[in-house]
Design a protein around this ligand. Structure first.
Ligand code: SF4
Length: 312
């Protein structure tokens, strides 16, 4: 697998490009994720020629239009930021995910303050101009903010989606039905943990589609990414683990089956992390190889040393 690329707000890698000359280094991104991905870093505000340090920008609501304005001077930088975003976003088609700096009028993914220019009051209803362009152009692209990555569940979910999206990007155009079916099959257990309904719906639609058009591919990845963004419940993971357990029913002794059942139930009750029953399952998979199970992304959705399943 080629080293995947992830876009990132440059200040999150420690670049001193913020308005105050500082940075917002994310140690997860800069120290851990950087070992596995190639980061494509961008600072939209420096990209439009603003200096460091610089006066702050804020979003303002003018009628139906949201503008990026420098309150100190009244200068409107909306057009410059949008033009930069359009150029930059067009060059980011190879990235498999994007980590954005929260709250920024340029990079913020959500809940960015939007000011009423008359009253000076703000509501957290906006999206950074660069982030908005990115989402419009690649609606299925996994996006996440630095602060949310401190939550173990959100972090795991984002990284899992990045690796799945990367897998989809590896399908060579024109994508054959066989290739997309193989990809879909590899996601069966992962999707069952997030949405059985979507697994079946996409499988049905894929079976009924004669020729895989680029429109169908885009439709497929958008529905898939929406489903995977829904957190997998403990009950759904338990169902998946029990489903996997069924593959070993011929090989395991009564005592081994009882031990695995106990670990799955301990996970279900919240007494053990997901990693514990999964480790035993992988041990049995090494002992009793099964091509179908080995091909399931659920068992190895991302590099193990990111330690993302320790807290699930
Ligand atoms: S949040 Fe975005 S615009 Fe602001 S310093 Fe970081 S990269 Fe630059």
């Amino acid at each position: 697998m080629t080293r995947l690329k992830v876009g990132i707000s440059a200040c999150l890698l420690g670049d001193q490009v913020r308005y105050d000359g500082g940075h917002k280094r994310s140690s997860f991104c800069a120290d851990e994720l950087a070992r596995h991905v190639e980061f494509i870093r961008l600072c939209p505000e420096v990209g439009i020629g603003m200096p460091v340090p610089r006066p702050t920008i804020r979003l303002e609501q003018h009628g139906d239009v949201t503008r990026a304005v420098i309150p100190k001077t009244g200068e409107d930088v909306t057009g410059a930021l949008q033009a930069f975003a359009d150029r930059a976003v067009a060059q980011t088609d190879k990235v498999s995910g994007y980590v954005l700096c929260a709250k920024s009028p340029s990079c913020g993914m959500e809940r960015v303050k939007v000011y009423d220019p008359d009253t000076g009051h703000a509501q957290k209803t906006g999206q950074g101009l660069f982030a908005a362009r990115l989402q419009q152009r690649y609606p299925a692209l996994p996006l996440e903010e630095d602060g949310r990555l401190n939550d173990p569940g959100l972090r795991e979910n984002f990284i899992m989606r990045v690796y799945v999206y990367h897998g989809w990007q590896q399908l060579v155009a024109p994508v054959s039905k066989a290739a997309l079916l193989e990809f879909h099959t590899s996601l069966k257990l992962l999707l069952l943990a997030h949405s059985q309904q979507v697994y079946r719906k996409l499988g049905r639609e894929l079976a009924q589609t004669e020729v895989i058009t680029s429109e169908f591919c885009r439709y497929y990845i958008e529905i898939l990414m929406q489903a995977l963004a829904t957190p997998a419940s403990r009950a759904n993971h338990t169902n998946v683990l029990q489903h996997i357990q069924g593959y070993f029913k011929q090989q395991l002794t009564v005592a081994q089956k009882a031990e695995l059942t106990e670990l799955v139930l301990a996970y279900h009750a919240g007494h053990q992390p997901l990693l514990v029953p999964l480790t035993l399952i992988k041990h049995y998979l090494r002992e009793y190889p099964d091509a179908y199970l080995s091909g399931q992304r659920y068992l190895q959705p991302y590099p193990l040393d990111l330690k993302l399943r320790y807290a699930l």
